[in-house]
Structure formats: C-alpha cells, structure tokens
Design a protein around this ligand. Structure first.
Ligand code: GRF
Length: 201
C-alpha cells in the first residue's frame, strides 16, 4: 500500500476526510504520519484518534516558513515513516527546498479557491470581496511558489447573495472533503501505475 504523510497547522477536517476514506477502503493509500508546526493543533488530536503517528516540529522564528533545520527534521520524520508522497492539509507555511528536493512532484495541497484566482490567505474572503458568483477549491502539486503548482482537480461551489465569508468557507470546506480524497486516490494510482512508489509493501 502506498504511504503518505500529512502536514497541517489547523483543525484537520481534511485529515479526517482522508483518514475516513482510507478506513472505508476507498483511498488506495495510507496516512502513516501527521506533522504539525503548531504544538496543540487539532490535527494532532485527530491523528491520535485515528491512531496515526503524530509529531510537532517547532518551525523556528519566521511566520511564513520553517527554518531549514526544522524542514530538515520534517524530511527526516517523513523518510523514516517511509512515505511515498505528502499531503498538505491546512499547512500554513511555504514549503522550501529541503522538502521540495526530497519529494519532487510528490507534494499536493488543497487551496480554497478556483486557482489561479485568489492565491494566498483567506481565499474565501477574497472571493466575497471580489463579488464573484462562483468559488471552490483546487488540489495542486506544490512547487516553490505560493499556490502555483500544476492543478490536479477542482470543485466549484456557488457564492450566494447573502453569503458571509464564514458561510462561503464552510461550503468550500464541504467541497474539499469530497475533492481531496478523490484526487489523492488518483494521485496514488498514478504513482502506482508509474511504478514510482518508493516504499510500497
Ligand atoms: C482548508 O480550508 C484548506 O483549503 C486550507 O486550509 C484549510 C484547512 O482546514 N489550505 P482543515 O485544517 O483541514 O480543517
């Protein structure tokens, strides 16, 4: 079975969707480790509930990235856990060279907009402020930019006349929980088909 690691900073609702899809036997890949840059993040509690190995890695002094040492520690943990690819699920720091080099074209992210629209923070708020009638979420490969990598899949949701950014965010998240397991499954199938998994047993 192909193995993946999950990186997240928040409550972990996407981890829940992925772990439930794995438990139902429809994911085709197993979440084996969860790493957070936030010591008491909900995603680490959730990892415990799903009996997935969880780790906090102190990110260092910068707000938007980890130090190279911290990222090196993340690479070490993921390598030790024998993961084939990485899923970012609400990880709030930009991924830098240590991880990108260790897992080239093997890191996926979910972003709460229809990329390339509304890159960066609070994309649902950007959508409301821009007055668009449609929003959504995008799963993409991670490269050295912010929300710029190859798009793997998207899901659309309407923006309703009385929407607040909270209501729209909740609607987008529901779409995320359906989209992410589907695209992760396809990604794992593709790695498998290409014989590219490093650690399949
Ligand atoms: C999601 O909305 C995702 O699009 C963004 O961060 C949020 C993570 O939420 N990248 P959760 O921690 O998975 O609940």
């Amino acid at each position: 079975m192909i193995r993946f690691g999950v990186l997240g900073s928040g409550k972990g609702s996407n981890l829940r969707a992925l772990a439930e899809a794995f438990q139902s036997g429809i994911l085709g890949a197993k979440p084996v480790i969860v790493i957070s840059d936030v010591e008491h993040a909900g995603i680490l509690d959730l990892a415990r509930d799903f009996e997935i190995e969880g780790h906090f890695v102190s990110p260092g002094p910068f707000l938007t990235k980890m130090t190279p040492e911290a990222e090196g520690e993340v690479v070490r943990l993921l390598t030790e856990a024998k993961v084939d690819f990485i899923v970012l699920a609400g990880f709030m720091r930009v991924i830098k060279e240590p991880l990108l080099k260790a897992f080239p074209a093997r890191i996926v992210n979910i972003h709460p907009s229809l990329l390339p629209a509304f890159r960066g923070l609070e994309a649902w708020r950007q959508a409301i402020e821009a007055g668009v009638s449609e929003a959504g979420c995008t799963v993409h490969l991670v490269d050295s930019g912010v929300d710029t990598g190859k798009i793997l899949g998207q899901s659309h949701v309407p923006v309703l006349p009385d929407d607040t950014s909270e209501l729209l965010h909740a609607r987008i998240q529901m779409a995320e929980h359906e989209l992410y397991p589907r695209i992760v499954r396809e990604f794992a199938e593709q790695l498998h088909g290409e014989g590219k998994m490093k650690n399949e047993k």
